[in-house]
Design a binder for this molecule. Structure first.
Ligand SMILES: [Zn+2]
Length: 393
């Protein structure tokens, strides 16, 4: 951590007295924690001062004035960083945070998730523009989630009129019935984060990401335009009762949606005829509330991973599917198709990895959720102690 950075101990981190003058910081769940002997009276004020608003140099100086020894302060800050409790804010992160106490309170729970992703994730989010195509039961909660997560500009495009079936938690409401969907969706985004820029992009400007929230977007003519313009696009929808997130298409770098269509055609010669019917006309609202919300949340995770440039999204050349009743994510691979010219096509995958086209069999690769680390006792094993965090007296 450099002196220029601003250390932040998120307000949600438990700081609890254990008795005997010892304080436990975090470590009450499966995450790492720290046990600190807090004699000397400076530990509490130091912890409360890790609010991300002051430089590390200022934090240390205050602790020294309160009677701490320099080595003790450095050890405590070092251990907090080592166990992942302390977040380093670049001062520029604060500059791009919205002004005002309400905006700061909204930002506080979001920053810890974004900033440890590395680099300038928060700044990238605030500068990003996302367009959601389709004010659906997935698209609108997803747009709201992205806005609440700090994405600076979020626009929902939809030329339709809200029906009663469009209403979903976090999205369009029952009161929106009969309204044009686009402004009703903008209201949902505004409710999630009043600081979000809702204006459509100026002519000629391309968003950082387009989310395709209609059920069968793969065959939509819009997609060809996105590919030609080099605009990254992510599918997030519910088809029937199945939530589908991905693929995330980065033109020139990954396979495209046509690749997926070609794989389906390989498995089912009737597919082109069927696809034409699936994409024709308005699709009725689909998906239960929990399926739509889980799909939206999963898509938001993928979108933020891409916008933050922090980690490779899981849905590059792949989809994550959520199927009732368990709704556990299953990964399906959709490699570039050799007959598609979108990318220098890779050799055909071995049969075991071929996409399963449109059959209802669980994904070819069913990775399932990531196992939860640790169980009973993990907390104790991970609780580290700071030996020297005593006062200087
Ligand atoms: Zn392709």
């Amino acid at each position: 951590m450099s002196d220029a950075n601003h250390p932040l101990l998120p307000l949600s981190t438990p700081v609890l007295a254990e008795g005997g003058g010892t304080v436990r910081i975090g470590g009450v769940d499966s995450t790492d924690g720290l046990r600190v002997a807090a004699a000397g009276g400076w530990v509490g004020p130091l912890l409360r001062g890790l609010d991300g608003r002051r430089s590390r140099r200022a934090v240390v100086a205050d602790a020294l004035r309160a009677g701490a020894e320099p080595e003790a302060v450095e050890e405590l800050l070092g251990e907090l960083t080592a166990v992942g409790l302390l977040v380093e804010l670049d001062p520029a992160d604060l500059l791009v945070a919205d002004a005002g106490s309400s905006a700061a309170e909204r930002t506080a729970p979001e920053l810890p998730a974004a900033v440890p992703a590395g680099g300038r994730a928060w700044q990238a989010r605030r500068a990003a523009a996302v367009v959601v195509e389709g004010a659906t039961r997935v698209g609108v909660p997803l747009a709201a989630a992205l806005a609440a997560s700090g994405v600076g500009r979020v626009t929902v495009r939809d030329a339709g009129t809200t029906t009663a079936g469009d209403a979903v938690v976090g999205g369009l409401t029952a009161a929106d019935e009969g309204r044009p969907r686009a402004p009703a969706a903008a209201d949902a985004v505004r409710r999630a984060n009043p600081s979000t820029d809702l204006r459509p992009l100026p002519a000629g400007a391309e968003p950082d990401l387009v989310v395709l929230a209609r059920p069968w977007a793969a065959s939509d003519p819009l997609v060809a335009g996105l590919r030609r313009a080099g605009v990254p696009h992510l599918v997030a929808t519910v088809r029937g009762q199945t939530g589908v997130v991905g693929p995330l298409v980065v033109p020139g770098a990954t396979g495209c949606l046509r690749c997926g269509d070609l794989h389906r055609r390989d498995a089912d010669p009737s597919w082109p005829v069927l696809a034409a019917q699936l994409t024709g006309g308005e699709q009725p609202p689909s998906g239960s509330t929990v399926t739509c919300l889980l799909t939206a949340a999963l898509a938001a995770v993928q979108a933020l991973a891409y916008l933050d440039r922090a980690a490779a999204p899981a849905v590059l050349d792949a989809t994550l599917e959520l199927r009732p009743p368990d709704l556990l994510p299953r990964l399906r691979r959709w490699p570039p198709h050799p007959a598609c010219g979108c990318r220098h096509a890779t050799p055909s995958p071995p049969p075991a990895e071929r996409p399963a086209a449109d059959d209802p069999v669980p994904g070819v690769i069913a990775d399932g959720p990531v196992p939860r680390p640790g169980g009973a006792g993990a907390c104790d094993r991970r609780l580290r102690a700071v030996r020297q965090a005593h006062g200087g007296q």
